[in-house]
Design a protein around this ligand. Sequence first.
Ligand code: ADP
Ligand code: MG
Length: 617
Amino acid sequence: MPRIHQLPHNVITKIAAGEVIERPASVVKELLENSIDAGATRIDIDLDAGGTELIRVVDDGCGIDAEDLPLAFASHATSKLIDAEDLFRIATMGFRGEALASIGGVAQVILQSRPPSEASGAELRCDGGDLSAIRPWGGSSGTRIEVKHLFYNIPVRKKFLKSVATELGHVCETVTRLALGNPGLHMVLRHNGRLVYEIPGSATLPDRIGLFFGKDIRDALYPIASPRGQYQLHGYVADPKCDRGNAKLQYLFINGRWFRDGRLSYAFKDAYHNLLMTGRYPIGFLFLTVPPDEVDVNVHPTKSEVRFREHSVLYSLIRGVVKTQLLGENLVPRLKIPAVDFPSNYDTVPETSPRRERAENTVAPWERDSPQQHVPTPNTDFVPIRQSWQDVLPFPESAKTPQREQVESERQPVAVNPELPFALPSLPMGAALQVHDAYLVLETPDGMLVIDQHALHERILFEQLRRRIREGKLEVQRLLIPEPIDLPAEQAVAVLEAKEALAELGLEIEDFGGNTVLLSSYPTLLKRRAPHEILQAVIDYLVTKDRPPVKEVLLDHLLATMACKAAVKAGDPLTQDEIAHLLMLRQMAEDSTHCPHGRPTSLLFSRQELDRQFRRT
Ligand code: ADP
Ligand code: MG
C-alpha cells in the first residue's frame, strides 16, 4: 500500500482549477466578476480563438495595491471576506479567493493594476503557478489581466475544449448573464479583433434583452414587479407567442447574480400553464431580491446554484407575480400575415361578481337532463343572432347526416328577452355561426373572430371548477350505486395515492380490493360525460405525467384534464342556444383567450388584414 503524503502545491491548484475552470468561459466569468466587485463601470473583453489562446479583460475599477499582487494569486486569499459569519451576508460576486489561483495554475497570466489613488501601477506574471517578480507598470487606473494558452500545462483538459465557435458561444452566454445582471455597466466584447457586443452603460434592461435576443422579444415584453417586502421580484416576461422549445431563455437572478434552479424555473413555466402548448417554454428575465442571510451562495464552486431558506415563498412569488401580469394582458392571438395591432381590450369581469355568478348559475343547454328540466337561457339579446345559421350558411344536402338533421330541427332562432336579469358589457359581436361543427365565427368591431369551440368550453369549465373549488362551493353528484372501475395495477395504485387530491376535485374514490376502485361522486358541472371517462382521463394524467411539486399546481393540471374531457368536442354540432350560452360565458372568463393547455381559443382576422388581402386598400 503506498504511503499517505501531502500533495505538492501545484497539484492542489490544478485539482482546484478542475472545479472552477472548465473552459475559457469560466475564466471570463471569474475575471468579469472580479471587475464588477472592483466597482468597474466599463469592462473590455478581448478574445483570440474563442478564448483558448488569449483572454484579456480590462476594467476601470479600484485596482490592486502592488504589494497585494502576489496574494491575488494565492489560494484562499480574498479581500471580500473576513470571517465565517461573513459567508451569510455575501454582497460580492466572489469570496472564495481561488479563481485567480486556479487560473494562474493552468495558464500564463499577466496581471497589471493601478489603484486610482496611485501615481503608477505594478505588474505580476504567473506561469502555471510560478510567480515572477513585481515590476512597475505605467497603465491607466484599474486592472488589466491577460490569460494566455489556457490548459497549456494540462493537455488532457485542452483536449476537452470544443470548437472555437462553441467556446465563443459559451463566453457570449457568460457575458449576456453578467450584462443582464448589472445594469449601468458598459461592456465590450471583441473576438479576433472584431466587435461582438457593445453594451452601453445607458442601455436599460429591455434594451439589453433586445440587444442579446432580438427586437421581436424586446417588443413582446411585459414588466413584472412584486409589492415591496422581504422577498421581491422584478423583471420582464415575454408574451406567450414568443415561446421556445427549451428553457434557455429563462434567466433567473438572485441579488444580481445569475443562478440555476429547476423548481423556480418550474414556477415560472407554471405561470404560463394555460397559455403554452405542452413542451413549449416561456421567456423571462426574473430578478429576485432577498436579504443576504436568506440565501446560501456557497453551495457550488461556480456559484451557479444557491440554497434558500424559504424556497416555497419564492416559488409562490414567481408564479403569482408572473401569472397576475399575464392575466392583465390581452393575449388573443391575432392571425397575422404582417404584424398588426392587438384588438381593443374586451371588458373583463372581476373573479367574484354577482354578474359572473348569475351568468354561471344559468344552466348550460348541454347540462339539461330532459325537456322538463329545461331552463331557458336567461339573456339572449346580447348576441344579436338574427337568424338560424342554416339561413346564413346552408350546408349542402350531401353534408346532412341523420344526427345533423335532428340537431338542425331543434335549432331555433333565439328570441330577444327584454327583461335582462343582468347587464352585460357592450359586446363586440355580430352574428355567430358554427362551421365544420368545430369553430364559431363572429363579427367584432375589429374584424372577424374565429373561436375553437372545444378550447373555449374547456377554458370555461376549468375556470368554473377552479372558482367553485376555491370558494368551497363545488357541487358534486353522488352516484346512487358507486361505479366499480377495473384498472391495471399501477393505475389503481396511482389513483388511490392521489385519493385526497381527487376528493378536493369532487371525484371520490375508494379501494374496492384487487385492482378495482369505486367511484362514488363527480362534479355536477361535468355531467356531459360519463363519470368513469372523467376519472380515466385523470388517471392517464397521473400515470404519464411528472407530478408537479406543489399540490395547488397538481390540482390545476388535473382540473384542466377534467375540463378537457368534459368539454364539447370538435365535431359536436351546437344549437344556437348552446352557442349563445358559450359566448355569454366567454365574456365572464378570466382568460378567454387560451385553453388550460395553452392552445388559443380564438384567432382574430382583422378588418384591416382582410381588406389588405382582398386588395381593397
Ligand atoms: P475572490 O474574487 O473570490 O476574492 P479571486 O481569486 O477571484 O478571489 O481574486 C482574489 C483577489 O484579487 C480579490 O479578492 C480582489 O481583492 C483581487 N482582485 C482580483 N481581480 C481584481 C480586479 N479586477 N480589480 C481589483 N481587485 C481584484
Ligand atoms: Mg473572484
